[in-house]
Design a protein around this ligand. Structure first.
Ligand code: CA
Length: 228
């Protein structure tokens, strides 16, 4: 699980981050709304913990902007205690849960576990569909019509990312972070290799879906029907 926490109270963020790391979460931090939005738009997080009172851009605006851009990452909003209006506004804007400050880290951990479970239930069997293909990220099986093929874990993760961000360009940097994490020396050519392998498998399945390269920007998933 990769988390993003957006909160400007550094002493609090760092204390929470320590506890989360001890509980095997990977966590990235952003200290203002604009940076938080940039990170969130990468689409690489499983859950975003978002404070409402933030410098540069408030949490509700960040949340609205994320949802407008098709980012469905579950969001836990941090609200000031007693601010019922904030909670309502937050939930209306697409938040999945909220937590009143100050909170105990045990409470945050419980919320994270609950949200993780709910997410799994929501996606049901977890099958991702795009055009004529169906991907099961748990079994790594990729289906097209009556044909089926098994992907490698990296190919499956790459295709999952492209499907989830369909219609949007996914940069090589995003792919590297999602597949190998931030602490990596993975380079662009590793992305190119996996893209090329995935393209071969899509061709093997005679799928209408293909990975279009946007030079200098990244990749975008398309189907032949989109034209190009
Ligand atoms: Ca704050």
């Amino acid at each position: 699980m990769r988390l993003l926490m957006v909160e400007d109270e550094k002493y609090m963020v760092e204390a929470v981050a320590q506890v989360l790391k001890k509980n095997n979460y990977s966590i990235d931090l952003a200290y203002n709304g604009e940076d938080g939005l940039d990170c969130g738009l990468s689409g690489i997080y499983d859950i975003i913990i978002l404070d409402i009172m933030l410098p540069k851009m408030d949490g509700i605006s960040v949340l609205k902007e994320l949802r407008k851009n098709g980012i469905e990452t579950p969001v836990i909003l941090l609200t000031a205690r007693g601010e019922t209006e904030d909670k309502v506004r937050g939930l209306d804007s697409g938040a999945d849960d909220y937590l009143a400050k100050p909170f105990h880290t045990d409470e945050l951990l419980a919320r994270l576990r609950a949200l993780g479970r709910r997410k799994t239930e929501l996606v049901n069997d977890g099958i991702l569909k795009y055009g004529d293909i169906k991907l099961n990220p748990h079994t790594l099986q990729l289906e097209c019509g009556s044909k089926e093929i098994v992907l490698t874990l990296k190919e499956s993760q790459l295709l999952e990312l492209l499907i989830k961000r369909k219609g949007m360009i996914v940069s090589k940097e995003n792919i590297i972070v999602k597949l190998w994490g931030y602490d990596t020396d993975a380079e662009d050519n590793r992305v190119e290799i996996h893209v090329s392998l995935l393209r071969k498998k899509l061709a093997q399945l005679d799928s209408d879906v293909y990975i279009h390269t946007i030079r200098g920007a990244g990749y975008i998933l398309k189907t032949i029907r989109d034209g190009q």
